[in-house]
Design a protein around this ligand. Structure first.
Ligand code: ATP
Length: 444
């Protein structure tokens, strides 16, 4: 993880928030390559969940919601972590994340000092809206995006004439006052989620639950993730949330071990039932194709962290490889093997020399490619070094412009993964890259 954290900073994927002031715990900033990567991951998920499904539509709800929302959802009452402190070294732990022996003996796992009793700590960030700081002005930063979907479910049925089964997808920020934030961007106080809530008829929920498990697994396969680094974890009775009938996590083998990446949950009619109760609005679905049958839909949720996906994708793509030309400084390379659809830069254009019009020709080629791809241009230093820099940023294709390019209009197309180079007419570059991306198969 240290290698990934340092590469992320060095290459402008992720920086510590407010670093010049010593940093802000639990918050991170996404630099030029990081924001591109994050947008691509969000784009891939959005395409998968909305464009590829005729019956799933998008939503972008506000972060600030009516405070009753969080009473109805159960967050005010139940969204707590058990917290213990060490009286001696002042370390703070989640009671469910330290060895049971330590908890029973009230002994700090770090220094052996005495631990406090366990107390419940609500993870929602609470603030005030308006000028008065009284109880009537309390408002929360949303701890999940899902509730914005539930409270809009009737609006969407009406405005878009949706029929069950249908889904609503949303990507957005969520905030949790996490007790322990470590492992880089794995668990942070400000993060982004990609959630899809699928509304189904009660009785068909188990079938849809298994269908969505299948689809979410296939999604990671499509992105070229190492499938032996993914596994399912079914929630046991003691882990199952109060609203859930069944829940599975997709776990990824991060450098610190297997950890949750995404959850697929059968939330039953709990959410819409509670919002009916708290809002006094009738949230039943009326099935006009079935004698106006009325019911509260069951919800199957797929809930993934966008920023956690970004960390997973960085870990999954990271590779160090000994390359053929041993004996010089460049015989090792660090390479990020991103799927080309996710790579922050798709094509880098590199003139072999700055002089003799090669730089100008390379700039012209870049200008044409810009319309179709995220591009970079680099003319500084030896060509081998420039390839290494692009490998480290995960750029799948490099185009090198040399003297022959001036004569016959061909350029070299270099592949990140195999390091193979082929000569291609510059007029065919864009279509060639397009078909390479379509046919992409991870080789390592
Ligand atoms: P955990 O048990 O890790 O705290 P959770 O089970 O509470 O997570 P959910 O509420 O199901 O998580 O959230 C759905 C997804 O949102 C998670 O699978 C994870 O990818 C992401 N997520 C949740 N909390 C955080 C966080 N603090 N930082 C980054 N991502 C998060």
């Amino acid at each position: 993880m240290e290698k990934i954290t340092s590469l992320a900073k060095r290459r402008g994927f992720v920086y510590q928030s407010s670093e010049i002031y010593g940093g802000q715990n639990g918050a991170w900033d996404y630099g030029p390559l990081g924001v591109e990567l994050k947008n691509r991951i969000a784009g891939a998920w959005w395409k998968e969940m909305t464009r590829l499904h005729d019956n799933i539509v998008g939503l972008d709800a506000a972060i600030l919601m009516h405070p009753r929302t969080w009473e109805a959802s159960g967050h005010v009452e139940n969204f707590t972590d058990p917290l213990v402190d060490c009286k001696k070294c002042k370390s703070r732990f989640r009671a469910d994340q330290i060895p049971q022996e330590n908890l029973a003996a009230k002994k700090c796992p770090d220094c052996g000092g005495e631990l406090t009793d366990t107390r419940k700590f609500n993870l929602m960030f609470k603030t005030h809206i308006g000028p008065a700081e009284d109880t009537a002005s309390i408002i929360y930063l949303r701890p999940e995006t899902a509730q914005g979907i539930y409270v809009n479910y009737k609006n969407i049925i009406q405005s878009n004439r949706m029929k069950i089964p249908f889904g609503i997808a949303q990507i957005g920020k969520a905030f949790r006052n996490e007790i322990v934030t470590k492992n880089f961007i794995f668990r942070t106080c400000e993060f982004e989620q990609m959630e899809m809530q699928y509304f189904v008829k009660p009785g068909t929920d188990e079938e849809w639950f298994s269908e969505w498990r299948k689809q979410r697994w296939a999604y990671y396969e499509k992105l070229g993730i190492k499938m032996d680094h993914l596994r399912w974890h079914q929630h046991g009775p003691d882990e199952l949330a109060h609203y859930a009938k069944d829940a599975y996590d997709i776990e990824y083998l991060f450098p610190m071990g297997w950890r949750e990446l995404e959850g697929v949950h059968n939330r039953t009619d709990y959410d819409l039932g509670r919002h009916t109760q708290f809002s006094g609005k009738d949230l039943q679905y009326i099935d006009q194709d079935n004698n106006n049958e009325r019911y509260i839909p069951y919800i199957i949720e797929t809930s993934a962290g966008l920023t956690r996906n970004l960390l997973m994708i960085l870990c999954d793509a990271y590779d160090e490889e000994q390359v053929a030309d041993k004996g010089n400084d460049d015989d090792w390379r660090t390479v990020l093997r991103f799927h080309p659809d996710l790579a922050p830069v798709t094509v880098a254009v590199l003139p072999l020399m700055k002089k003799d019009g090669l730089a100008e020709l390379a700039q012209d080629i870049r200008a044409e490619l810009k319309e179709d791809y995220a591009t970079d241009y680099d003319q500084a230093g030896a060509i081998g070094r420039r390839y290494r820099r692009q490998d480290e940023a995960g750029t799948p294709f490099c185009v090198t412009v040399d003297y022959q390019s001036k004569e016959d209009g061909t350029v070299t197309l270099r592949y990140r993964d195999s390091m193979e180079q082929v000569r291609v007419p510059k007029t065919e570059l864009s279509t060639r890259i397009r078909s390479e991306i379509k046919a992409y198969k991870r080789i390592k």
